[in-house]
Design a protein around this ligand. Sequence first.
Ligand code: NAD
Length: 445
Amino acid sequence: MELAAALVDGQLDTLRLFDDGTRYLVCLERTYDPNVKWSDFNHRFDSDSLPCAEPKLLDDAGSRLYLQQAGASAALEALEARLREGHHQLMTLRVEPRLGMRLAIFVHNSTLGRGNGMHALRAGGLRLHHPNADEQEVFADGCNLARAMSYKNAAADLPMGGCKMTLQSSPIPLDDGPRLGFLARCIESARILTGPDMGFTPEHVDALRAQYTLQCTGGNLGPLGPTGIPTAFGVFLAIREAARHTFGSPELTGRTVAVQGLGFVGRPLAEHLATAGAKLVVADIDERAVTRLRELVPNATVVAPEQVLTTPCDVLAPCARGGQLDEATIDRLQCKMVFGAANNPLKASTQQGEINLARRLAKRGILFQIDWLHNTAGVMSGFEEYLRGSEATQEHLRPRLERVCKDGTAEVLRTAAARGITPTEYAYEKIETRLFPRDRTHRNA
Ligand code: NAD
């Protein structure tokens, strides 16, 4: 039995897992009434309210017993194993069966968020999944993305821990007050700053900010606009540094770049590359995205989605869903470097798994650095908005963006080469001690 279903069966709505330093404590709760009007969130009640006539809270033993009797122990154990493997700090699952929503918040690490003087301690986007997707697969995606966010925020020098939200739901209409209100309550209760990821758009951010919560950034109406644009620019700068490292010049004129995915990031990245004189090979599973790109870059060569990863090119830029580069795919790549925007492009759910795949790429002579070093400008942009509100400007963002995506990439590639290790290993080594100042081996128990 899935955990979400077990909650609903017991008229419960929240499952929390906390790392107490030695193990995960489980806590099941009922925190709202079935008739609560979510569209009233931040109008008639807020995240400190308990809109519930009969609240309930089960302690660790009671929660485990309940889940066992509900037939969900295996699901709980699988989730705990995943959290332990990634050294995650917290996880909260909230269900709203009337609205068909299951929202999971994965908090990987809050070290850098403590003491930042703000309400949000951690930052990470919200990704939409199909309502009937396998719960454990969604958890795996959320765990991996949250882990990457801790490193991404640290690499970007932001005073924020790392987290990610996954939402299993049908797409949310922009005028759907109950769904937006429920989302806003989940965001504010978790003390996170969130923004768009796949399926959760800048338009959703605008709708949330207009009525329900200001703890999300990256909308079209925000001072810095959608995050895909700075993200694409940061990736472009990193590709230039990778070209400098490999070819001796950052110039991309005449270089072939294959872009997989032409969405909020892939499209502006393709435009930068075309302007820089690169030859583009592009693919998207959505015909409309391809057509739109062809309108902007008429001479881009379009290939089938299943061909783009293995197309012969100088640079492969994955800008769609992550997890596509496994051992077999790596062995078939025909590029000189992999530098894209996709979060977690390697099919691995642990740091060691990623390092193994990074070494495999290096063995094939393909230059690669872990994505969170250079696809960071979106979160930097979100943070600028959060910090400065309507005063945020591109001039504020630009120096940090260049320092991290351009200079940071150059330094990582140079140092890793000098030490004879992969850029991914060096990057982890560099950030690790900031996130885990104390020994964390007990969590492997
Ligand atoms: P998006 O949903 O706007 O675009 C993704 C595009 O990829 C869509 O057009 C989709 O049709 C296409 N696609 C999906 N599967 C594909 C496949 N197998 N082959 C080819 N095309 C495929 O998302 P986005 O905001 O552009 O994000 C793209 C990637 O970059 C994601 O991994 C995201 O997590 C990551 N990322 C985004 C940001 C940001 O600011 N938006 C920041 C950092 C990382």
